[in-house]
Design a protein around this ligand. Structure first.
Ligand code: CP
Ligand code: NVA
Length: 310
């Protein structure tokens, strides 16, 4: 008899979802708008997700915990002070131990290298809950929100304004995979990751869309259907706060900046947001803002991801 070797499927980069992103977005939207009648299906019954956090979290922690619970499984939260990964014991040993207890590991890390090291040594799927390079689950929730609001992804124009960080990197890949055009406006010194941009542009060519980077925020926002920003000071960069706030000031998303966006533009932010810094209060709390739908959609997108890979 031929043994079938089932490879575990990690989700470290948005690129790992390339072949099933469209499918999970469709499933998530259907489950949200047309929930199953009667008993809820429980694809995660008796399964356990270990959630390891090196940094704080509201949305990622709570949305994953509720997603797993509603799918019939159990999520275990491991706080930044508990494991001290790579300090109290090696990354590889943590991966081996958690693989023996759980059916999957969700990990919020400082470093993408450590994320990949954990995945290499784990025998269960590892899901990236944010690292310094990417935030793939955020991207899935974001695309779900755009699909929900605009009924399509292909051909739309997304403007990302601000820091070329983890959220921006994941959006470059997510837009390219979905056939969406994206223009990221960042200071030249804080552009998105060059390797990720190159990969996103290769996918964009295949999907007949354009992902590009500029340093002019007004140029990025012109004719945009979606205007997206994120904090100027990501977790771990607190020491650079003053310097960053001065540098990013011209990149604030405010009423003036969005004047040339498309009429029905939506404003997106992964949260937490800082009113008066990366976004003005009038935009953040104005009629175009969909930021709280976006937060809710993290949970719906993650349910589809968990059912797909765990
Ligand atoms: N957007 C997001 O990941 O939020 P948290 O840091 O609160 O999880
Ligand atoms: N870029 C931000 C995202 C927070 C969800 C950070 O890394 O802190």
């Amino acid at each position: 008899m031929n043994a079938v070797i089932q490879l575990k499927r990690d989700l470290i980069s948005v690129l790992d979802m390339k072949d099933y992103l469209e499918k999970i977005l469709g499933k998530a939207l259907k489950a949200k708008t047309d929930p199953p009648k009667g008993r809820r299906p429980e694809p995660l019954k008796r399964k356990v997700l270990a959630m390891v956090f090196e940094k704080p979290s509201l949305r990622t922690r709570v949305s994953f915990e509720i997603a797993v619970t509603q799918l019939g499984g159990t999520a275990i939260y491991i706080s930044p002070n508990e494991i001290k990964i790579g300090e109290r014991e090696s990354v590889a040993d943590v991966a081996r131990v958690l693989s023996g207890y759980s059916d999957g590991i969700m990990y919020r890390a400082f470093s993408n290298e450590v994320m990949r090291e954990l995945a290499e040594h784990a025998t269960v799927p590892v899901i990236n809950g944010l690292d310094d390079k990417e935030h793939p689950c955020q991207c899935a929730g974001d695309l779900l929100t755009i699909l929900e609001k605009k009924k399509t992804l292909k051909g739309l124009q997304l403007a990302y304004v601000g820091d070329g960080n983890n959220v921006c990197n994941s959006l470059l890949l997510g837009c390219a995979i979905s056939g969406m055009n994206m223009r990221a406006a960042t200071p030249k010194t804080h552009a998105p990751d060059a390797g990720i941009l190159e990969k996103a542009q290769a996918v964009a060519e295949e999907k007949e869309c354009v992902v590009e980077v500029t340093s002019n925020p007004f140029e990025a926002v012109e004719n945009a259907d979606i205007v997206y920003t994120d904090t100027w000071v990501s977790m771990g960069q607190e020491e650079e706060k003053e310097e960053r706030e001065a540098l990013f000031l011209p990149y604030q998303v405010n009423a003036k900046l969005v004047e040339k966006a498309n009429k029905e533009w939506i404003f997106m932010h992964c949260l937490p947001a800082h009113r008066g810094y990366e976004v003005s209060e009038e935009v953040m709390d104005g009629p175009h803002s969909v930021v709280f739908d976006q937060a809710v959609n993290r949970m719906h997108a993650q349910k589809a991801i968990l059912a797909e890979i765990l």
